[in-house]
Design a protein around this ligand. Structure first.
Ligand code: BTN
Length: 259
């Protein structure tokens, strides 16, 4: 038994077994293979990913032995239009699991960020959809745990940090993994039971109230983030008009403080 196995939750929906790889292309791909083989709920953990990916086609960098990179494949039966809830629930679970270590928030859509807005982790959800129903999903999570900022590549260092940096001491990854799987299990069960994470997501979302610029893929939207609608879309107010953005990337954010 490896130290990781202490995070194993045999009766849980999420994390009912742990599979650890020294090196693998992407834990998301492995979780997808497991779903195809009928194995669901298993947490796939990697020390190194040779093709780790982030949202919007980006690479996910993480040095060996420092962080948490994991994926869990689950079967589902939620409406496709509610799929955003899974990403929100996963972001909330990561944040909750880390709260004892550092105060964190969620940057829309689901980056886990420090109070200063530096990225600590990210969530990559990949779904299989049949008609109007999400039948299965891979929840991929990358979390900077014990990665000193001084060792981060230049292109990451300016806007990222790690839990150890925020807390001032190294963090036990196995304990954190156990807390994370517990939190994810609670969130997934609640979501499947019809309890939307929206209100808690709103409360945790540090984007709300800020002046932002969003890259939607085909255009830039500049304005103030004022709300998340019932479908998880970001409501941005600009020049008296309101726009709802179902997806996108915040490329600039300025918190607005009351005078
Ligand atoms: C983001 O862009 O913020 C999401 C990053 C998600 C990275 C994780 S690491 C584990 C899993 N495997 C991958 O290839 N990606 C996700």
């Amino acid at each position: 038994m490896t130290p990781w196995q202490s995070a194993d939750r045999p009766r849980a929906r999420v994390g009912r077994a742990i599979e650890v790889h020294d090196s693998i292309p992407s834990t998301n791909d492995r979780a997808r293979e497991l779903i195809a083989a009928g194995i669901i709920g298993r947490a796939v953990v990697a020390e190194v990913q040779t093709a780790g990916r982030g949202r919007r086609g980006r690479t996910w960098a993480s040095p060996p032995g420092a962080n948490l990179t994991l994926s869990i494949g689950i079967d589902l039966g939620i409406r496709a239009r509610d799929a955003w809830q899974l990403a929100a629930a996963a972001g909330l679970a990561v944040r909750d699991a880390c709260l004892a270590v550092a105060p964190l928030g969620l940057k829309w859509p689901n980056d886990i960020v420090s109070a200063e807005g530096h990225k600590v982790g990210g969530v990559l959800i990949e779904t299989s959809i049949d008609g109007e129903v999400v039948t299965s999903a891979v929840i991929g999570i990358g979390l900077n745990v014990n990665w000193p900022r001084s060792e981060m590549p230049d292109e990451i260092r300016d806007h990222a940090t790690s839990l150890a940096e925020l807390n001032g001491r190294p963090i036990a990854r196995e304990t954190l993994l156990a807390d994370l799987l517990d939190a994810l299990d609670r969130e997934v069960v609640a979501m499947e039971g019809g309890r939307s994470p929206l209100d808690r997501y709103r409360a945790a979302c540090t984007t709300l109230g800020a002046e932002i610029e969003v890259d939607t893929g085909d255009r830039r939207v500049v304005g103030r983030a004022i709300d998340l609608d019932a479908g998880g879309a970001l409501v941005v107010e600009s020049g008296g008009r309101r726009e709802r953005l179902a997806s996108g990337e915040i490329v600039r954010l300025r918190a607005v403080t009351a005078a």
